[in-house]
Design a protein around this ligand. Sequence first.
Ligand code: ADP
Ligand code: MN
Length: 495
Amino acid sequence: QCPWGAPNTTSISCSLADVMSEQLAKELQLEEENAAFPEVVAVAEGPFITGENIDTSSDLMLAQMLQMEFDREYDAQLRREEKKINGDSKVSISFENYRKVHPYDSDSSEDEVDWQDTRHDPYRADKPTTTPRRGFIGKGKDITTKHDEVVCGRKNTARMENFAPEFQVGDGIGMDLKLSNQVFNALKQHAYSEERRSARLHEKKEHSTAEKAVDPKTRLLLYKMVNAGMLETITGCISTGKESVVFHAYGGKSATEDKVIPPECAIKVFKTTLNEFKNRDKYIKDDYRFKDRFSKLNPRKIIRMWAEKEMHNLTRMQNAGIPCPQVVILKKHVLVMSFIGKDQIPAPKLKDVTLSSEDMKKAYYQTLNMMQQLYRECNLVHADLSEYNMLWHDGKVWLIDVSQSVEPTHPHGLEFLFRDCRNVAQFFQKGGVAEALNERELFNAVSGLNITADNEVDFQAEIEALEKMNEDHVQNHGKKLSMFSSDGDPPIYDE
Ligand code: ADP
Ligand code: MN
């Protein structure tokens, strides 16, 4: 028995046909909407509909669906034309840039997204926490329906998080803000068109924004890391360099049990503008580890190799126990590592910190030891070592920025080492460390080679001769020397 009594059966004075057609139309519409936008319709359907929700949302969605349909057809036509023009020709032209539905919408291009976890596609709104099918929770006077204005408003606010990352929603998400369906739908519509506009402009934008921030593809990558819960929040930019932008982030939860994500992370984004990297070609082209792959790759992939190189080099250093950032994950040209510093404040570079003479001496011996370890245990030369790439944290020196590091037998490896030695020697000598070796002594101490020249010009000539010997060896034997031969183990310097 119904607790509210029997319903009033007042007869409706209109024809059966009218009722039928309207109901049918509504049913069909709801069905369609359900298929296309299940998460929003879940709010608008059902027995608790209030007058103001339905009209705006359904009109809007119909319009969006039509637009989407139109765009798809347009693209299909474009593809047909592309095919017709290209035929069997070896050289083909692409209409890619004229397409309306971009990967942002359809997620179809394999090059755009390699993030495995498709459940966390940021452009598909997560299902809102479900209100039970019957449409209400609670008992008696505490009953809450899914159309309760407050609940609904909060849900709408939370849903803003699903908008594209470049869409500024302010800090409403953090506040107890209640958005009416009408406002939410208007926002959603706007976010949607903004997203598409940015996707359409993406070629242009990628080049114009690379200077100040990151391009949309990188944002997508970062956004997905946050969405997957691997990163908690990305708080801001630590450094903008010529070749990279570094961000700070709070770590999240790891997908696998065995891996722990550090509480604070640094995200190094290698810039995808190519010109900056041109002059660094030599570091990677001649690195035998990457040699075979180099010729086959397009410039975009080469930039990813920088990130890959940094990852491998950091791992080697980590294994040798050298203080350096710990690799968390590599995604294309984005490298996530542990943050050296605390509470969002990065550790100062050695060039920016004033050390007591005692600490300075300590830093020197530690640097010397690290250079030796790097050379012998990691088989690496930093190749950009200076007070700019050494951080002072926890009373010791940390090495960073190793994307350009090479193995000693790299055709220019010893020259790079000599340059590193010059930077280090000069810094500590100027810093008042009386014990600091000069650049030539340091070079021998690190490499274990015994170059006796007592002036810089001769010393460098000998270095180059050694490098040439190595190259000749490669030419004649088809493989590199495993190591430069040295006369026994060099002395280990210590405090
Ligand atoms: P670049 O090639 O731009 O010099 P770096 O790797 O040196 O790139 O990073 C630039 C700056 O970002 C560094 O000087 C340092 O201040 C900061 N940084 C980089 N990685 C980290 C990290 N893991 N922890 C803290 N700060 C970092
Ligand atoms: Mn640097």
